[in-house]
Design a binder for this molecule. Structure first.
Ligand code: ZN
Length: 141
């Protein structure tokens, strides 16, 4: 009996039919070398989102390293991760009141991300719940 089993590429997450079952992790040589380069650049701490990466779970860290590549799919994963982190923060008594005030002040769309650094223009990172992206701007007061 012949069944086709698909593997998921660990770099681009595409499904593919492995040439050598059990040992293959990536759909192509280019994905394998890209993944290798990504690991190396991560070790050199050149990733601009490193401050967040250190505070999230292992699974999120895996997604986060992809965000360093800068593609749109990885960006969406980053947004989801921030949302998860943010939701956890919401349950902490110390930050709950602050978040509530901020939510009311900003009409529930933008939420200050506490574990991302202020950018070079002195603007604060906010998570945009409608567009699922992080945006930077200065608070009004
Ligand atoms: Zn691939």
């Amino acid at each position: 009996m012949k069944t086709t089993r698909y593997y998921t590429c660990e770099y681009c997450y595409k499904e593919y039919v492995p040439k050598r079952r059990g040992v293959q992790k990536y759909c192509s040589n280019s994905c394998r070398s890209n993944a290798c380069r990504l690991r190396n650049s991560k070790n050199q701490k050149t990733n601009s989102i490193k401050p967040l990466e250190t505070k999230v779970s292992n699974q999120a860290e895996k997604q986060m390293s992809l965000a360093g590549v800068g593609n749109a799919a990885a960006g969406a994963m980053l947004a989801n991760t921030i949302k998860t982190v943010f939701t956890k923060e919401d349950n902490k008594a110390a930050t709950k009141g602050d978040l509530k005030r901020l939510t009311e002040k900003l009409l529930g769309r933008y939420h200050l991300v506490n574990n991302l650094p202020v950018n070079s223009k002195g603007e604060y990172p906010y998570f945009d719940l409608q567009a699922n992206v992080v945006v930077y701007f200065k608070p009004n007061n």
